[in-house]
Design a protein around this ligand. Structure first.
Ligand code: G1P
Length: 295
């Protein structure tokens, strides 16, 4: 069993973002702002808060803006300094200092399983986390920390699981669970995007994973699965042949920003939570609801 402390996170960010066209025609979907911060920055901050400071972003074509965002921008820093905009200057500098961020290209978009497999050399023979950028967690990294904790305790992989409406299960990886204790299950089996009538449960895999390095051997063995893609879920299914995999069940704090409605909800709710914006946004929403006769 490996009890290696986890310091590495892999963030697949090679998707085309077709659901957000035309906004994503010439910019990565990971750079779409939630209030005033790009979505991927929330994900990296979540990882860093959980002690994962070595971040590998798996990118593809047209993703240069992500690298620029986490790099120094001397011209901008100089300008902000000249204008005495100290708070903004600090904010801009922090984005380039928050973690040790590496990039690798997934040359062909062959699926999530393939995207994770290109991280093999960087990760080496260590446990690591995978965070998907479409899921934004607003929970002070509680979920990720609990998964890291499960790995520390059992030396095994852990998946984030959430109960979803039965008819939605076909959008997710779905597990057959065996309860261990409150909030923790053992994964008996896993299947990618089942039809509701074939789903073993309503527990969906949400985009947070902690893996033992053996997942890479499993990734080497998978064949194209659901949607003709190399699926991470199928590699987890192979991993289950030799290792126990746990599931951490959580309820709140997640926005699926790959869905337009959740993207908008995240913007509104996170703006409401901000001391500098919240009161004004609340007032605006109340007025809007009244003016439009929405309730
Ligand atoms: C991916 C995974 C799926 C998981 C989901 C979580 O699907 O393949 O197992 O449940 O992320 O968001 P995608 O959303 O890329 O179709």
């Amino acid at each position: 069993m490996s009890s290696h402390a986890i310091t590495k996170a892999v963030i697949p960010a090679a998707g085309l973002g077709t659901r957000f066209l035309p906004a994503t025609k010439s910019q990565p979907k990971e750079m779409l702002p939630i209030v005033d911060k790009p979505a991927i920055q929330y994900v990296i901050e979540e990882a860093v808060r959980a002690g994962l400071t070595d971040i590998l972003v798996v990118t593809g074509r047209g993703k240069r803006a992500i690298e620029d965002h986490f790099d120094r921008n001397f011209e901008l820093e100089y300008y902000l300094e000249q204008q005495s905009k100290t708070d903004l200057l600090r904010e801009v500098q922090l984005t380039s200092e928050m973690a040790d961020i590496h990039y690798i290209r997934q040359r062909d978009p062959l699926g999530l399983g393939h995207a994770v497999s290109v991280a093999r050399e960087h990760v080496g023979n260590e446990p690591f986390a995978v965070l998907l950028g479409d899921d934004i967690m607003v929970d002070d990294s509680k979920l990720l920390l609990s998964m890291i904790d499960i790995h520390a305790r059992y030396g095994r992989s852990a998946l984030a699981l959430k109960k979803v409406p039965h008819e939605s299960i076909s959008s997710y990886g779905c597990v057959e669970p065996e309860p261990v204790h409150d909030g923790l299950v053992q994964v008996r089996s896993i299947v990618e995007k089942p039809k509701p009538e074939d789903a073993p449960s309503d527990l969906a895999v949400i985009g947070r994973y902690v893996f033992t390095p053996e997942i890479f051997d499993a990734l080497d063995r998978i064949q194209p699965g659901a949607g003709g893609e190399l699926q991470l879920t199928d590699a987890i299914s192979l991993l289950l042949e030799t290792q126990t995999v746990y599931g951490c069940v959580f309820e709140s704090g997640r926005y699926d920003i790959g869905q337009k409605i959740d993207f908008l909800r995240a913007n509104v709710e996170l703006a409401l939570d901000r001391p500098d914006l919240g009161p004004e946004v609340a007032e605006f929403l109340v007025q809007l609801v009244k003016d439009r006769g929405l309730i």
